[in-house]
Design a protein around this ligand. Structure first.
Ligand SMILES: Nc1ncnc2c1ncn2[C@@H]1O[C@H](COP(=O)(O)OP(=O)(O)OP(=O)(O)O)[C@@H](O)[C@H]1O
Ligand SMILES: [Mg+2]
Length: 337
């Protein structure tokens, strides 16, 4: 449905996007994930038409749109700061794009009420000024305003980042529901890995203007293609060289001591889960405890190196600082790149 082909985008001498190749399928919820400054917004802007690529082409449904003006692309955008008209009421904000299209009063009214219903804005809220709404309600207005134009593509640039944590989680569920209900192809930008994992059909992980990996949340997490991806997604331990040496004494296949090695915190066990024979056993001492309620995060010392894990244990804290115990790792959970 959307294809970025060999896209390069320079700002003066600075290469913000270097050789981008991506395909987004019809109806897909596709997320651009990466740290600040990696080129997510720049990529979105090139799709919407605010930025012209230095080279390469963008195709939508097979047609080259690289030089098509913004207003002819039928792509709606939702911004981080909503970009609503603060003095207009909610109804007028949503109706704005329809009035520009010169639809009749009756058509406009039908469309506005229909979309308001779908994003859970009631009649009373429709008559309020935008400035009288909460952040979450304003964000719903911004989404309604984008969807009412029935775009073939919806792009959203960090739409939830101004909201508090619980509202973000709630709206994220609604976003997914609305997106699936409309079957609308969506490109979503975030630097929040949890948001990306929970919302997306597929994710592209950006780093310094390059896509390091594109894939399903499951694949990105479990089969990280690069060192950057495995560090950016999830919580991970870098294994110090002396620890890796110890591991090599017990592992059937030795790890390369010259390269960095990683293991995810939830793959470090304090009890042997099964009797698979390639479990590696390491003597460790508890040096730090962080209680999160749902789980507890422990830091262990292994001959001066630190390894972290998380324990669920029904929300109980089971170890104390100074406890000595054995840690178990599965050699297949150790990642090298
Ligand atoms: N108009 C511009 N002129 C010059 N450089 C720019 C311009 N817009 C962006 N850049 C640079 O291009 C790079 C990518 O910017 P972009 O806004 O795409 O990043 P981002 O991934 O969206 O980051 P954030 O998460 O902070 O929003 C950054 O280094 C930025 O400084
Ligand atoms: Mg940005």
């Amino acid at each position: 449905m959307i294809e970025f082909k060999n896209i390069e985008i320079n700002y003066g001498n600075f290469a913000a996007i270097r050789n981008l190749n991506l395909e987004v399928k019809e109806g897909e919820f596709f997320t651009l994930l990466g740290p600040s400054g990696c080129g997510k917004t720049t990529t979105l802007r090139s799709l919407v038409g605010f930025v012209t690529p230095t080279s390469g082409s963008i195709f939508v449904k097979g047609a080259d749109i690289t030089n098509v003006p913004v207003e002819k692309r039928e792509i709606s955008m939702v911004f981080q700061n909503y970009a609503l008209f603060p003095t207009m009421n909610v109804y007028e904000n949503i109706a704005f794009g329809l009035r520009v299209k010169k639809m009749t009063k009756k058509q406009i009214d039908d469309e506005v009420r229909d979309i308001a219903d779908k994003v859970d804005l009631n009649d009373e809220q429709l008559m309020k000024k935008v400035s009288e709404l909460s952040g979450g309600q304003q964000q719903r207005v911004a989404i309604a305003r984008a969807l009412v134009l029935k775009p073939s593509i919806l792009v959203m640039d960090e739409p939830l980042s101004n909201l508090d944590a619980s509202l973000r989680v709630q709206l994220r569920k609604e976003l997914k529901r609305i997106q699936k209900a409309f079957g609308i192809t969506t490109i979503y930008v975030t630097h929040d890995q949890e948001e990306a994992l929970t919302l997306s059909d597929r994710i592209a992980v950006f780093n310094k203007g390059i896509v390091e990996q594109a894939g399903t949340p499951y694949d990105i997490y479990n089969y990280s293609a690069t060192e950057f991806v495995c560090n950016f997604i999830g919580d991970i331990n870098k294994l110090a060289q002396p620890v890796l040496e110890k591991i090599n004494l017990q592992s059937a296949k030795p790890f390369d001591l010259k390269k960095a090695a990683y293991v995810r915190t939830e793959r470090v066990h304090t009890a042997l889960k099964d009797t698979g024979k390639d479990f590696i056993q390491l003597k460790a001492k508890v040096v730090d405890i962080e209680y999160f309620g749902l789980y507890t995060k422990y830091a262990f010392d292994i001959d001066g190196a630190v390894i972290k894990n998380i324990e669920k244990e029904d929300g109980m804290t089971i170890y104390s600082i100074g406890d000595e115990l054995d840690l178990y790792l599965h050699s297949s959970d150790i990642m090298q790149f």
